[in-house]
Design a protein. Sequence first.
Length: 278
Amino acid sequence: MNPLTELAQQAERRLPEQALPSREVLARLRKHPPGPVHIIDPFKVPVAEAVEKARELTRLGFPAIILASTDYEAFETRMAPYVARVKAVTPLPVLLHFPPRRGTGFPLVAGADAVVLPALLGSRDDYYVWKSYLETLLTLPGRMDREHWPEFLLTVALTFGEDSRTGDLLGTVPVSPALDQLDQHIAVTRSFGFHMVYLYSRNSHVPPEVVRYFRDRLHPDQILFVSGNVRSAERIAVCLEAGADYVGFAGALEQPDWLPVLERMAAVYGTGGPEARR
């Protein structure tokens, strides 16, 4: 038996029946029109500002709010009230996207609707490729009550371009944009039934031809998310036209006059994505 399959079965046996949450967030993301998704760093953005942004994201028809950071300390202490404040002003699902830590896996907090669980296929450390996911499953029953468990979004995550920060933290090596070298990642994504693919570039951009190559080869229900260094509506449009379902942006709103920027981002909805490929 494949060792990954065997470990997954062991994890399932140690969880109660029907333990994993429903797929309501996943279904929402699959049905929502394509477009931008705002990513808020809760360890950088004050909670009062996040609350105001959540109100505007709701008004503008965004599909969800992502709370994410590469680095974090005192996660539960910071995140429990932060998530509660954001959830109090919006019906949008709140997603967590943080790297795992050995011993517990991915950080979780009550109130979050879903958590992105990335398999970093480009990492040199197998903990970040797949072991962190199993560790999360095995430790979950003792970390929070069943009614607070978030939905799991199983995600292949690939980094493009030089990124020493992520590389030092998670052992990632930039993925070659050569199209003939992407097939193995696509094969893993399809064969293991991942929900999403997350293409990221911190210091440059994910090439549009790479986005198109993935979209043409993924299953129609597999969500294609592009993020990193996205600071304009024009960049969002490029990614959507190449086949992305969602384009994440964060730093573009880390300025005092963020609302006009957000409104320009929101105007890009509907230029490609799920409706176009089904």
